[in-house]
Design a binder for this molecule. Structure first.
Ligand SMILES: [Zn+2]
Length: 253
């Protein structure tokens, strides 16, 4: 993971060696989980699963975090940045001690309203392929404007996969009208363009994939959530193996 100096903006990668240097070599137990448990259960009060997340974060491989509780991951990351501050670890360029968590080496965190921006960017930026998965479907999001943007991408000859939950997830009375309206718009479009693959399935998956460039997955229902009332966090990753694995997962029946 990366931390950023609040004073000068310099970014520093936090890895195992850095943490060991800060905690002090003499106190480190031999096994990886041993010293992480010491460092974080002892100093910051993390146990069990959270202590294991620390190991992953400082090992640098963010794709391992797919499917984990990202709110927990981010709060653990903030605590690691706090540890640097508590131990007075100075910035190498300005010597201040004002560290903040700034992301992962090979992935970013998408939070709250940023999900909506990511959806707009994905629709405009996709060149060959676009996947959008959503646990729910609503005309609040799939409105005239959305359909126009989707159609523009289809006209550019982008192959689009929409993976959405079927009627089973939309049986409540308050959901039905918006679901039906959105579905009829998308169905019409899929009859007009063969490059639109509309897949109704029993799913709770959420995510976006843009070409082979990046994938986003987390808690956000891209095709139904307009107001973003609750906390939402997703991981945006750029690692090609993780991207193709995620694509396969979305298309598997
Ligand atoms: Zn600095």
């Amino acid at each position: 993971m990366e931390i950023r100096c609040g004073n000068c903006g310099k970014k520093t990668i936090v890895n195992t060696d850095l943490i060991k240097g800060i905690i002090g070599g003499g106190m480190i137990l031999s096994g990886a989980v041993g010293w992480v448990t010491y460092a974080f259960a002892g100093l910051l009060g993390f146990y069990g699963g959270a202590a294991l997340i620390v190991t992953v974060l400082i090992a640098g491989g963010s794709s391992v975090l797919i499917g984990k509780d990202l709110n927990l991951v981010v709060s653990v990351a903030h605590k690691i940045a706090d540890l640097m501050n508590r131990r007075n670890y100075p910035c190498s360029s300005c010597e201040a001690t004002d560290w903040q968590f700034s992301g992962f080496e090979d992935a970013d965190i998408i939070a709250g309203d940023e999900h909506k921006r990511e959806l707009c960017i994905a629709l405009r930026d996709a060149k060959k392929e676009l996947y959008i998965a959503s646990g729910f479907l609503s005309s609040n999001v799939v409105n005239e404007h959305f359909v126009q943007e989707l159609e523009a991408a289809l006209v550019r000859n982008v192959n689009i996969y929409l993976i959405v939950s079927d009627g089973r997830s939309h049986s409540s009375d308050w959901m039905k009208p918006g679901y039906k309206e959105a579905l009829s718009k998308l169905t019409k479009l899929s009859e007009k363009y063969t490059q639109l693959d509309l897949r109704l399935t029993h799913t709770h998956q959420k995510g976006i994939v843009v070409d082979d460039r990046y994938a986003i997955t987390g808690s956000f229902n891209f095709l139904s959530n307009k107001k973003v009332v609750r906390k939402e966090t997703s991981l945006k990753m750029y690692e090609s193996k993780a991207i193709s694995k995620f694509k396969r997962e979305l298309l598997t029946e």
